[in-house]
Ligand binder design. Structure first.
Ligand SMILES: C[S@@+](CC[C@H](N)C(=O)[O-])C[C@H]1O[C@@H](n2cnc3c(N)ncnc32)[C@H](O)[C@@H]1O
Length: 187
């Protein structure tokens, strides 16, 4: 078996924890690849709430989902830091994914930021169900990326062990700063 890259492993982790019928979140919709993956995981009775700040991303993802006949998704043109405004108060969340950094092929100045990523995570944590998982695919090679990673690592390492399992999955001998994973699971 070849060890999976971060993107593949993010899906492996979600596939192992998210259940059919779950309410899940794609915090960085982009072109909608993860939205579509989550949609298939939760099935027709589940729901995917997706966020992106770029009109082009929401449009591109909407087209992808429509072309594939997907109807269990709700895409929001807003930052994920506003998640609590869109999450019903008593809604439990089975899982979430953040694909950090910038959208390939789009404006490289529109990047995720530590403060807003943390605000989103803090908004989601109280809603996570037991064994529910937040997966962060962390890119840090671009300007601003390392600042975001530092904030995320400081936050994630300080989460109480009694309440959360926190995982880092990273190839440590590769060149060009490949993405890695931080995953937070509610115990
Ligand atoms: C690496 S891309 C996501 C790729 C996506 N998962 C896909 O399948 O194509 C990161 C995305 O995060 C978005 N983004 C940046 N800041 C954001 C924020 N505060 N809230 C939501 N999305 C944000 C960007 O517009 C960009 O589309």
């Amino acid at each position: 078996m070849k060890l999976a890259n971060a993107l593949t492993y993010s899906h492996t982790l979600l596939a192992a924890t998210v259940e059919r019928g779950d309410y899940v979140i794609d915090a960085t919709v982009g072109n909608g690849h993860d939205t579509e993956f989550l949609s298939q995981l939760v099935g027709p009775k589940g729901h995917v709430l997706g966020f992106d700040v770029q009109v082009a991303a929401i449009n591109s993802a909407t087209t992808r989902l429509k072309d594939d006949g997907i109807t269990n998704t709700e895409l929001i043109l807003a930052g994920h830091e506003n998640v609590t405004q869109y999450l019903p108060a008593n809604q439990t969340v089975g899982g979430a994914i953040f694909n950090l950094g910038y959208l390939p092929g789009a404006d490289k100045d529109v990047i995720t930021q530590g403060e807003t990523t943390l605000a989103a995570i803090n908004g989601m944590l109280p809603h996570l169900k037991k064994n529910g998982l937040i997966v962060l695919v962390v890119y840090y090679g671009h300007p601003g990326g390392q600042d975001e990673v530092n904030q995320l690592l400081n936050f994630a390492q300080a989460l109480p062990q009694k309440a959360y399992h926190v995982l880092q999955y990273q190839f440590i001998n590769q060149v060009n700063q490949p993405p890695y994973i931080i995953a937070i699971q509610k115990r």
